[in-house]
Design a protein around this ligand. Structure first.
Ligand SMILES: [Fe+2]
Length: 227
């Protein structure tokens, strides 16, 4: 089920329809130096997925990217792995009052995953703060809704909508997220922090993974902000 993309790094892609448009979503799994697994944007924990995960290692941390992205199914991981720690993105704890979170994600990684994974809060938007992750061993940047990347493999309708939203063959937030950035200088600084990481691969929140040349792709996708 999982595709190994780099050193101790796997992804699982599954369909996701949003207002009738097929966007797809991506779950990332990283094996920490300590042996446990760090899961970002968890997919539904079907018996098949659970078996595949358990083959990779013990699930220790499950992280959401934002209050909107990557928090579905967290309750299934809590039920299946009683010792798992659920990591909340800013604003998520207030939305998912059914869950008890163990940790609130910010700019600084916890030492238990910080050897392998760095993180940064992307701030400056009116209502969305997202946590970007950088997996060092595989040189992978992992984004959520600030990094849509719809490509030519998507269905026609998705491609048409993506062009309108300015996320077709471009790593970028959809246009309405761009237009609701309230502090552009702060947002730009966040993206520059992300660009300071030594990544080559980019896992977008929705769309196609960029396996190499990812830094150029982010620079190009964010030309509206960085130039
Ligand atoms: Fe999303």
């Amino acid at each position: 089920m999982f595709t190994q993309r780099g050193d101790r790094f796997w992804t699982y892609e599954e369909p996701l329809r949003f207002f009738g448009v097929e966007l797809g979503r991506i779950m990332s799994v990283m094996k920490l130096s300590s042996g446990g697994l760090f899961v970002q944007s968890p997919a539904e924990l079907t018996p098949e997925l659970k078996r595949a995960l358990d083959d990779l290692g013990e699930v220790r941390f499950v992280a959401a990217t934002s209050k909107l992205h990557g928090h579905l199914y967290m309750e299934q991981y809590r039920a299946a792995y009683p010792d798992v720690e659920l990591l909340a993105a800013p604003g998520l704890a207030a939305r998912r009052t059914d869950l008890q979170f163990d940790h609130l994600l910010g700019d600084t990684p916890d030492p238990r995953w910080g050897t392998d994974i760095d993180q940064a809060a992307i701030v400056g938007h009116r209502w969305l703060t997202e946590i970007a992750f950088f997996h060092r061993p595989s040189r992978t940047l992992i984004l959520g809704d600030v990094g849509f990347h719809i490509g030519e493999r998507s269905p026609l309708k998705t491609r048409l909508v993506a062009r309108t939203l300015r996320i077709y063959e471009r790593i970028s937030p959809p246009i309405e997220l761009r237009l609701t950035i309230t502090n552009e200088a702060t947002f730009r600084r966040s993206i520059r922090d992300v660009l300071a990481w030594d990544f080559d691969r980019v896992v977008p929140g929705h769309g196609e993974i960029v396996d190499s040349g990812g830094k150029r792709a982010v620079l190009d996708g964010y030309d509206w902000l960085l130039e």
